[in-house]
Design a protein around this ligand. Structure first.
Ligand code: DHB
Length: 405
């Protein structure tokens, strides 16, 4: 039996960056929210995710008033390097589109948001189990769950926001005859490492070669993040430290100007690759945001940035929904409110642009299983078309640094 009931305007399922940013921005507009999350705060804090923030994402963190660590501890990158068979070409974001990106790991973004929400007394339940969401097609949806102390609880709300990640349970509440699941898989994955070494280069390097893709990213002066293309069923333990660094060096070119800085590997993981879009992102009194509604392959680090652009599109529509709600006479069954339909349309337009960029950059930079001299040389032609022309470079820079809304 449920023993504790809470009543808020918005119940949020999922306490990652998308859910917490939604909660904070709604609060700034006088809309109350409560958040539940299945993982512990420590688990999320220590899960490695991508590290690149677009300018609009950084602006949101600053404007949401969650502290300015992104500006003090993050590193502004005014460009990036694309590499093909050992040839390196720089894309100068600032010169091309007047924007930068910031290297600031997603787990730090999470930490800043969680700290701000809790400091402001926001309701959040970590490590919950037995979550159910009911009544999204009524005017009184509710979340029930068991909290970390084993206490049964419920949150009654006017609206549920599902920010519960790529394995979303909220998404499945949109009936199958209403929902289209657009999904593709890829025949490869990324092998990600964290190592204790100084940075290899001042900016990120996205590299392709006859043996596939590698990405040289960073975390700070003494810890670096790198990835290379692998089979999806790779066992990380099969790769020795030496084999990993030799392989990445080979992707960059053995005799070239980029010489990898090596050091002890402290984490190894294999990351899956897929593209997914749920259409629509709203149904009745439920909306989805972030990975719950869409997944991109990691090339280009669009995941978190796309989640934040969802939140930018969502928050004003939720405010509109509440204004309309207060003027209406209550009824038992609800259609999807128009502001929430509008959110879905706006968000999906950007999601498809990002899907296209992530898919395109993935195919430009990865070795395909059916690779042959033609397909490799064709991709070299594509690489040249992008990196030798200011228009091609501008396409990359505009997409990578984040389109304006
Ligand atoms: C990182 C991850 C990415 O997918 C990417 O495109 C750039 C950087 C990272 O983890 O640092």
């Amino acid at each position: 039996m449920t023993e504790h009931r809470t009543r808020v305007d918005v119940g949020i399922v999922g306490g990652g960056p998308a859910g917490l940013m939604t909660a904070l921005l709604l609060k700034r507009r006088g809309i109350s929210a409560a958040v539940i999350e299945t993982r512990t705060q420590e688990q999320i804090r220590h899960t490695q995710r991508a590290g690149i923030l677009e300018a609009p994402t950084v602006n949101m963190l600053v404007e949401a008033d969650v502290g300015s660590r992104v500006l003090t501890d993050g590193h502004e990158h005014e460009g990036t390097v694309l590499s093909f068979d050992g040839i390196q070409r720089r894309i100068d974001f600032q010169a091309l589109v007047g924007r930068s990106v910031w290297l600031y790991p997603q787990n730090e973004v999470f930490h800043d948001l969680a700290t701000a929400w809790q400091r402001e007394g926001g309701e959040i339940h970590w490590a919950v189990t037995e979550t159910t969401v009911e009544g999204i097609d009524t005017a009184a949806p509710q979340i029930t769950f068991t909290d970390a102390q084993g206490q049964g609880r419920s949150i009654e709300a006017d609206l549920i926001v599902g920010t519960d990640g790529s394995r979303s349970m909220c998404r499945k509440l949109i009936p199958e005859d209403v929902r289209t699941d657009h999904f593709i898989s890829y025949p490869f994955a990324w092998f990600g490492i964290l190592c204790e070494a100084p940075p290899t280069a001042p900016e990120l390097i996205y590299a392709n070669s006859e043996i596939g893709f590698a990405l040289i990213s960073q975390r700070n002066e003494s810890v670096q993040r790198m990835y290379f293309q692998c089979d999806p069923d790779t066992d990380p333990e099969e790769w020795t430290e030496e084999a990993i660094f030799d392989h990445i060096q080979q992707v960059l070119g053995v005799d070239g100007e980029v010489q990898l800085k090596r050091g002890p590997i402290i984490e190894k993981t294999v990351l899956p690759f897929r593209s997914y879009v749920c259409d629509p992102l709203s149904h009745g009194r439920l909306v989805l945001a972030g990975d719950a509604g869409h997944t991109v392959p990691p090339t280009g680090a669009k995941g978190l940035n796309l989640a934040f652009s969802d939140v930018r599109a969502l928050v004003p529509r939720v405010a509109e929904f509440f204004t309309e709600l207060r003027e209406q006479t209550p009824s038992a069954v609800v259609e999807t409110p128009e502001p929430l339909r509008q959110y879905s349309r706006t968000a999906l337009d950007r999601v498809w642009k990002a899907q296209n960029f992530s898919y395109w950059a993935t195919n430009l930079l990865h070795r395909q299983p059916e690779e042959n001299p033609f397909t490799h040389k064709r991709r070299r032609g594509e690489f040249d078309a992008i990196t030798q022309s200011v228009h091609g470079q501008a396409y990359f820079a505009d997409s990578y640094t984040g389109w304006s809304d």
